[in-house]
Design a protein around this ligand. Structure first.
Ligand code: C2O
Ligand code: CU
Length: 509
């Protein structure tokens, strides 16, 4: 299949600049993502794929990331990451005593990591070794819609077929990739992996680690349990009985020298589970990055909800002289003996002290400016996330419409359309089901209301958790032209209709 390189006008309209910022802005007259060393410029979005920066000296090697192995780079050009990726059935060891038949990328669960530097060109020679169609979606990357793996834009790759994904990574951050066809099965059975884009000048740490979280429902013999077509598996989304960290059903035990300083990157790749992270000693998690990369201002929280699809980056310091270990845990509700609900803490990463290094100076956030817009130019939109039984079948809806994987929005309702860089306030409500992690492809947004959530969940996001009866408003910037899916990231919900599509059109100038 031929690769269609996107061709866009080099002139990109910008937001109206104003000192009247609707969201926090870090100085006078900022432009969208302006300034900071790693901030993208709008011309990066879906831009021409020319030769990768000729005549500049090769960049220093990327910092290594422990936890998942990177894919081999086949291209000698340091500004091009070129990899082979195959989706196929595989047999892996998730639990220590039994093997599990999964579907995976290149035979491992999670798939191996794509590791690039901001601005790099990424070429992925993808082969479909499954017996059904699939695509690969690069969750969080603001690339061309032609490369986004949306089955509404790209014909799915047939069994035995190939497709070359080719794009430039416009911004640094922790992203991930996953199937976007028959997702409730293909994703649950293992078709996901991490995708890290490093800053041009990454902040210094002693070590970086990747923590890919998932859960899976396993039978005693190691087989993945059959999916139920009704009941809580559909209503709530399928929860597993086995937590996985980097594809292993046991805590990751690591050694860190005293005063060691590490960058931990967290991805929630599960079908439906929100991971609520805490440290066993009650010490705060220091959050330095989220979906859209490093934050202008890090923050601390003793409890971090990581919804399906979301990413966070932590600054981890083993600097408490009184402690020999620190364990990252997730809180899980379990059925108690008396039929009630108990909360139990499960260990994810057990860090113990080994050796000592001299302390690094405190982490300094890079200069990152978040987009700012004039309130008078924003439009607003309400999305009611709901569901019900339609023709004897459970369907999930946005504003009463179930939109499936079909072109033009599905069910004949018109696709949403906005001109490029039209800021839109989207208020998300769920009055029926408990929660929906809402994801928008190809764009970033910020949580702006209620005020407490805007404060507690700062930064650029592509996924926000919509809890039952707690509306949340995000400000979306729609900077990246193209056709973009939005959907609940609980695969059981999106595949049953909780999805739609928006077209961001180039402005005529
Ligand atoms: Cu991570 Cu449309 O998805
Ligand atoms: Cu949902």
């Amino acid at each position: 299949m031929a690769v269609r390189a996107p061709r866009l006008s080099p002139r990109f309209p910008r937001f109206a600049l104003s000192a009247l910022c609707l969201v926090a802005c870090a100085g006078p007259a900022p432009a969208a993502h302006d300034a900071g060393v790693d901030a993208p410029t709008p011309t990066d979005l879906g831009a021409d794929l020319g030769p990768a920066t000729p005549d500049v000296p090769p960049p220093p090697p990327l910092p290594a990331i422990d936890g998942v192995a990177p894919l081999d780079d086949l291209n000698p050009d340091p500004r091009i990451l070129e990899v082979n990726l195959t989706a196929a059935p595989a047999r892996v060891r998730l639990r220590s005593t039994v093997d599990t038949d999964v579907r995976a990328y290149n035979g491992t669960l999670p798939g191996r990591m794509l590791h690039a530097r901001v601005g790099d060109r990424v070429i992925v020679h993808f082969h479909n070794g499954l017996d059904e169609p699939t695509t690969v979606h690069w969750h969080g990357l603001r690339i061309s819609d032609q490369m986004d793996g949306s089955p509404r834009v790209q014909d799915p790759v047939p069994p035995g077929g190939d497709f070359t994904y080719d794009f430039r990574v416009p911004e640094a951050g922790t992203f991930w990739y996953h199937t976007h066809v028959n997702t409730m099965y293909q994703l649950d059975e293992g078709l996901y992996g991490a995708f890290v884009v490093h800053e041009a000048e990454p902040p210094p740490f002693d070590r970086e680690r990747m923590i890919v979280l998932d859960d899976v429902r396993l039978e005693n013999n190691g087989a993945i349990s059959p999916h139920n077509a009704s009941g809580p598996d559909v209503g709530r989304g399928r929860l597993g009985n086995t937590l996985l960290i980097n594809g292993r059903a046991e805590p990751w035990r690591v050694e860190i020298p005293r005063n060691g300083t590490e960058r931990w990157r967290i991805v929630n790749a599960s079908n439906a589970r929100t991971f609520t992270l805490v440290f066993d000693d009650g010490s705060p998690l220091r959050v330095i990055g989220t979906d859209g990369g490093l934050l202008p201002t890090p923050y601390e929280t003793t409890r971090l909800d990581v919804a399906v699809g979301q990413r966070y980056e932590l600054d981890l310091r083993m600097d408490d002289p009184a402690r020999e270990s620190r364990t990252l845990q997730t809180l899980v509700s379990v059925l108690a003996g008396d039929g009630g609900i108990d909360t139990r803490a499960f260990d994810l990463v057990e860090a113990s002290i080994a050796g000592e290094v001299s302390p690094r100076p405190p982490y300094v956030a890079p200069e990152v400016r978040l987009p700012s817009v004039e309130p008078s130019v924003t439009e607003s939109l309400d999305f009611n996330l709901s569901g019900g039984v339609v023709n004897g079948r459970v369907e999930f809806t946005i504003n009463g419409v179930a939109g499936h994987h079909v072109p033009d929005g599905g069910h004949g309702h018109p696709m949403l359309r906005y001109p490029q860089s039209q800021p839109v306030l989207i208020t998300l409500r769920s009055n029926v089901s408990p929660e929906h992690p809402f994801h928008l492809h190809g764009q970033f947004f910020q949580v702006v209301a209620p005020a407490a959530r805007a404060r507690e969940e700062p930064g650029l996001k592509d996924t926000v958790l919509v809890r039952g009866n707690q509306p949340v408003t995000v400000l979306t910037y729609f900077e990246n032209p193209g056709r973009w899916m939005y959907h609940c990231h609980i695969a059981e919900h999106s595949e049953r209709g909780m999805m739609g599509e928006v077209e961001v059109t180039l402005r005529n100038r």
